[in-house]
Design a protein around this ligand. Structure first.
Ligand code: PMP
Length: 359
């Protein structure tokens, strides 16, 4: 019976990605929904991925390659690494959970920035590890001294997210190297680069070809944002092959499905889709910056979303929802903000007009 589930599960809530699109259409009868709540790609999936997926469908009676070898080979080539240094997952969510399962035991500590992506804490909680949240500074920049100070001899994992979700702010290259020189070598550092390709700040951290000189670091990437494949569920991590040799022991035998492997592999080649996606984010940034003229604070973002200060985030969320515009609100510590994913030009215009009311 449910009383006998593991004790820590009583305090964990199922992930709620906002409201389901179908449910909302039913509830409000909205003909057109402007979905700006999950940092998806408004341009849709990579067309090259769609073609590859269609070609793979007749083979769906066959199990996929459990090791995702061809996909990992392609990713390795893309980053000038070896395939053993690449781990593929059912979304980067899968990889976060697998890293947690690989490293964490009850009572271990995990250092996470705050606010940041919720799944880091979730992975820790499921394993009965303790989370040490380290607040960003008031301008949402990283406080690397505080992150370092939060590390104890129980710390197993340190998460960094750049550009950070939900603030859109970046970790500087110099801050990354400062940290890596000081963080104990037995702490595994996970740098989540889900939104990396949208960033342009020349000072930001980015992965170079000798990115893996630190054996205790890995870099997380996803096909859900730039490549427009959130529904396909593919993410990957670059890091030390010895670490992956253990993560392979805890993953499901076929954790990346057959169409996902081929779709993601094809998306890597879709330079044109990537270019258009990045260009859309850059245009959107300029569009949302105009809200400053209406007295609204817009946090400069290096990602495909931005925080807008609206007074009462939850109230604004409800009001926008009535107009068929779905954004995200209710982040602890960010009660006065909504997070808006960049949409198509015309979707942004509608959203910006609605947001002006909060100025
Ligand atoms: N990391 C960050 C920072 C994210 O914002 C997201 C998506 N919300 C993910 C990871 C998860 O991506 P995926 O779809 O690959 O699981």
């Amino acid at each position: 019976t449910h009383e006998r589930v593991r004790s820590n599960l009583h305090n964990i809530h199922p992930y709620q990605p906002g409201i389901s699109e179908d449910q909302l259409r039913k509830e409000f009868g909205l003909a057109h929904l402007i979905k700006l709540n999950s940092n998806e790609n408004a341009l849709g999936p990579s067309p090259l991925a769609l073609e590859a997926i269609a070609r793979e469908l007749p083979k769906l009676h066959l199990y996929p390659d459990g090791g995702s070898d061809l996909l990992r080979e392609a990713i390795a080539r893309h980053h000038a690494l070896r395939m053993e240094e690449v781990f593929a997952g059912n979304g980067s969510d899968d990889i976060i959970k697998l890293i947690s399962e690989t490293f964490l035991e009850e009572g271990d500590e995990v250092v996470v920035p705050f606010p940041s992506f919720s799944q880091y804490g979730f992975g820790a909680e499921v394993m009965k590890a303790n989370i040490r949240s380290v607040p960003l500074r008031s301008d949402f920049s990283y406080d690397v001294q505080a992150l370092l100070a939060a590390i104890t001899n129980k710390t197993k994992l340190l998460y960094l997210c750049t550009p950070n979700n939900p603030t859109g702010t970046v970790l500087k290259y110099s801050e990354f190297t400062w940290l890596m020189e000081r963080v104990p070598k037995d702490v595994f550092v996970i740098v989540d680069l889900a939104y990396d390709n949208y960033a342009t700040d020349p000072e930001r951290f980015f992965v170079t070809k000798d990115a893996l000189i630190y054996p205790n670091v890995c870099y997380l990437h996803t096909f859900s944002k730039l490549y427009g494949l959130a529904g396909l569920r593919v993410g990957y991590a670059l890091g030390n092959e010895q670490v992956w040799s253990y993560v392979h022991r805890v993953r499901e035998p076929f954790n990346v499905n057959r169409v996902a492997q081929r779709g993601a592999q094809a998306a890597l080649e879709d330079v044109e889709h990537v270019r258009r996606s990045v260009a859309l984010a850059q245009r959107s940034r300029e569009q949302y910056a105009t809200l400053e003229n209406y007295g609204l604070r817009v946090i400069p973002s290096e990602a495909n979303f931005t925080l807008v200060e609206v007074g009462n985030g939850i109230q604004a969320f409800e009001q926008l929802k009535q107009k068929g515009i779905l954004v995200r609100a209710g982040y602890p510590g960010l009660e006065s903000f909504v997070r808006v994913t960049f949409g198509l030009d015309e979707e942004n215009e509608v959203c910006i007009e609605a947001l002006c009311e909060f100025g």
